[in-house]
Ligand binder design. Structure first.
Ligand code: NDP
Ligand code: MG
Length: 398
């Protein structure tokens, strides 16, 4: 039986909802017993209130102060404290618990992940953007507090499960798999006119809107390359990406002797979430199973650098080091949201990243701040301002 006190940040999103569903399924199967300490959400008050009624956390927080009254009304009579705003999310993230699932989307998740890291709880990290922005400092902070960071991103969960933590010198290379996204076979001409609806229609994974766009541009794999470099202490030159459209092999570790270990599973985020929730134990739940014979074959191809330039830009940002990954992340986030708002053409997402990085490349990480988180947030804000200007210049011109 897996017993944990859990806080879920970004509970109303795709990863957050899957986390709570999984906990529910494990409780029903009699294999898990979970106490929820804190839940946070954004605009979706109805879902947050429903989750709070089911799990009775000590506190439920919406990011939006204008929605506090609505949340309070929805929680009336439950005994669950209602709170609102960024500072309240940080406070909720700091409460003693065994595990914090950090599943807010974007750099907005950084402050709460940073706060959770200092508590000594296990940090189950889905919010890859906070790792890309704060890198080694976030990992160090978790360690210093006596906690443990467990990646939730499926590729990093895969690597984590087959990586020789005590002897990293045995590793030659990390191989991240990528589904290739919805435009794997789409011509550059056709990609120019793609709509948000087409971009978020992912062939294998059901995810939030922003990461779905990242998957369509392959900026997601770029963020994941940076994430892997920090998590496993590998330089960019030893991280490769292979497109694997079936999304069954979730990533691989090649050892120095030529042996390659892979982790496999159906493309369902609940499996890496279950791994993070229970580690080093394993959670038994009614998981979908692989049927390799029915599948017949697994295929692989190299990513196309011409149609997916965001991948190269991420590699360059990682190699440049300093604040470059933070700038990459901020520019990508601004551009992806502008595309979702129909203010930017699809191919211009990468153009905004390239231009922002190009103009800020000489900018180092800000150093005159209390900690790495504050420095990353200041740099993130500056990169966002510039990226927004560039979005205005490029707009829908392909
Ligand atoms: P969603 O968009 O589905 O959910 C995001 C969550 O964050 C929601 O709870 C949302 O609240 C909340 N939120 C949004 N903006 C803010 C804000 N400014 N402050 C506080 N909370 C906010 O995202 P996903 O679940 O898809 O992704 C979450 C993270 O996990 C991302 O970093 C993503 O890259 C990563 N990830 C996701 C995977 C997936 O399969 N979805 C796979 C691997 C990684 P509300 O909806 O109520 O507004
Ligand atoms: Mg992933």
């Amino acid at each position: 039986m897996i017993r944990r006190r859990v806080s879920v940040l970004g509970a109303t999103g795709s990863v957050g909802t899957s986390t709570l569903d999984l906990m529910d399924q494990a409780e029903q199967a009699g294999t898990g017993a979970f106490e929820v300490v804190a839940l946070s959400g954004g605009a979706n008050i109805a879902r947050l209130a429903e989750q709070a009624r089911r799990w009775r956390p000590a506190v439920a927080v919406t990011a939006d102060p204008a929605r506090l009254e609505e949340l309070r009304a929805a929680l009336a009579g439950t005994g669950v404290e209602a709170a609102a705003g960024d500072a309240a999310i940080v406070e909720a993230a700091s409460r003693p618990t065994d595990l914090v699932m950090a599943a807010i989307v974007g750099a907005a998740g950084l402050k709460s992940a940073w706060a959770a890291a200092a508590t000594g709880a296990t940090l189950a990290l889905a919010n890859k953007e906070s790792l890309v922005c704060c890198g080694a400092a976030l990992i160090q902070r978790v360690r210093a507090a006596g906690g443990r960071l467990i990646p939730v991103d499926s590729e990093h969960s895969a690597i984590f499960q087959v990586f020789p933590e005590a002897a990293p010198e045995r590793v030659a290379r990390l191989i991240l798999t990528a589904s290739g996204g919805p435009f794997r076979r789409t011509s550059l001409e056709a990609m120019a006119g793609m709509t948000p609806e087409q971009a978020v229609a992912h062939p294998n994974w059901s995810m939030g809107a922003k990461i779905s766009v990242d998957s369509a541009t392959m900026a997601n794999k770029g963020l994941e390359m940076i994430e892997a470099a920090y998590l496993f202490g590998m330089p960019a030159s030893r991280i490769d990406v292979v497109v694997h459209p079936e999304s069954v092999i979730h990533s691989m570790v090649e050892y120095v002797d030529g042996s390659t270990l892979a982790q496999m599973g159906p493309p369902d985020m609940k499996t890496p979430i279950a791994c993070a929730l229970a580690w080093p134990d394993r959670l038994s739940w009614p998981a979908p199973r692989l049927d390799l014979a029915a599948m017949g074959q697994l295929t692989f191809e190299a990513p196309d650098p011409v149609r997916f330039p965001a991948l190269r830009l991420a590699r360059e940002a990682l190699e440049a080091g300093g604040g470059a990954p933070t700038i990459f992340n901020a520019a990508n986030e601004v551009a992806a949201l502008a595309f979702l708002d129909r203010r930017l053409a699809f191919l211009n997402i990468a153009a905004v990243i390239a231009e922002t990085l190009g103009r800020m490349v000489k900018t180092g990480a800000d150093s005159d701040f209390d900690d790495a988180c504050a420095g990353a947030l200041a740099l993130d804000a500056r990169a966002r301002r510039l990226a927004l200007e560039i979005v205005g210049d490029l707009a829908l011109v392909a």
